[in-house]
Design a protein around this ligand. Structure first.
Ligand SMILES: C[S@@+](CC[C@H](N)C(=O)[O-])C[C@H]1O[C@@H](n2cnc3c(N)ncnc32)[C@H](O)[C@@H]1O
Length: 284
């Protein structure tokens, strides 16, 4: 059987990773992309998205607007976290852990200093799917890349250590588009465990669901869509929350980052727009 025949059909929460790849493929095709992700199209196509289909499909206008909003946030957050990882590398960090890595192709598309080890943590199914696409594309990582198939609700630190992660050296952790799919207690536990594996000088990049996103989007989301699987949003004060976990954090809003990257949001901010959900934290 060929890789394409063997590949599992994306389903459940990991199907969202292929949806993210679709957005990155569309961004990569722009003349002025905020990042280039040449593998994204292969992931999206393997997952059943037709690249020539209208973007997004026409139909329910509210759903279409919501899709465009989510797609925009994926583009901005991707660039934000690319920058964070560049800064971490410049500061001498040589271990990277992508939590809920999905179809993240940073190991293949970013410049990494010599000696960088990048761990991709996700469940087995998406990692197998990803591997089959990478084989098909003959993709070659630009750093040492290690996959760690484990559920983040289980003993993932043990699996990560067994895969070679060294908790005595600083790590740049990324949880991109992940925490919103985990219940609050799982988020709390995950952040606590990340802290325990973080030597001084470690960095962390998080994306948090904005306050009220569950009631605004999740409630009437169609079954099977990403929004229908969202279960948690940011705490009231993300900086104080992370300080209690041993991190000095700064938060950024989508609006502020979008303007900084030359893609300003022209609509008026909502009156109840809370703290930004893009987090850059440094281990204290
Ligand atoms: C929206 S995708 C984001 C993927 C990737 N971070 C990115 O931005 O391209 C969410 C990812 O989190 C993973 N995920 C969700 N819950 C998980 C869990 N309990 N254990 C491991 N991975 C999980 C999914 O499999 C999926 O790949």
């Amino acid at each position: 059987m060929t890789d394409a025949q063997e590949r599992a059909t994306p389903s459940g929460v990991w199907a969202t990773a292929v949806g993210v790849a679709r957005v990155r493929a569309l961004e990569t095709a722009r003349e002025d992309p905020l990042f280039r992700d040449p593998l994204a199209l292969a992931f999206a196509t393997a997952g059943g998205f037709d690249p020539s289909a209208p973007r997004p499909e026409r139909g329910d206008e509210a759903a279409r607007r919501r899709w465009l909003g989510v797609a925009f946030s994926i583009i901005i957050r991707t660039r934000f976290l690319d920058d964070l990882l560049d800064q971490a590398a410049a500061a001498g960090v040589r271990q990277v852990v992508l939590l809920g890595a999905g179809m993240d192709s940073r190991a293949f598309r970013m410049d990494w200093p010599e000696g960088t080890r990048l761990f991709e943590v996700d469940t087995a199914e998406p990692l197998d799917f990803k591997e089959s696409v990478l084989r098909q594309e003959r993709a070659v990582p630009r750093c040492e890349r290690i996959t760690v198939p484990v559920d983040l609700r289980e003993d993932w630190p043990a699996a990560l250590a067994a895969a070679g992660h060294d908790r005595t050296r600083p790590t740049a952790w990324i949880a991109e588009g992940l925490l919103i799919y985990l219940p609050e207690e799982a988020v709390e536990r995950l952040v606590g465990l990340v802290g325990e594996q973080s030597a001084p000088g470690s960095r962390m990049g998080l994306t948090l669901g904005s306050r009220g996103v569950l009631s605004r989007f999740g409630a009437d989301a169609a079954a099977g869509t990403a929004a229908s699987m969202w279960v948690s949003e940011m705490p009231e004060d993300p900086v104080a929350w992370l300080a209690a976990h041993g991190w000095a954090a700064e938060t950024h809003t989508l609006r502020e980052r979008a303007a900084a990257y030359g893609r300003p949001i022209t609509s008026e901010p909502r009156a109840d727009e809370g703290p930004g959900g893009l987090v850059h934290a440094v281990r204290l």
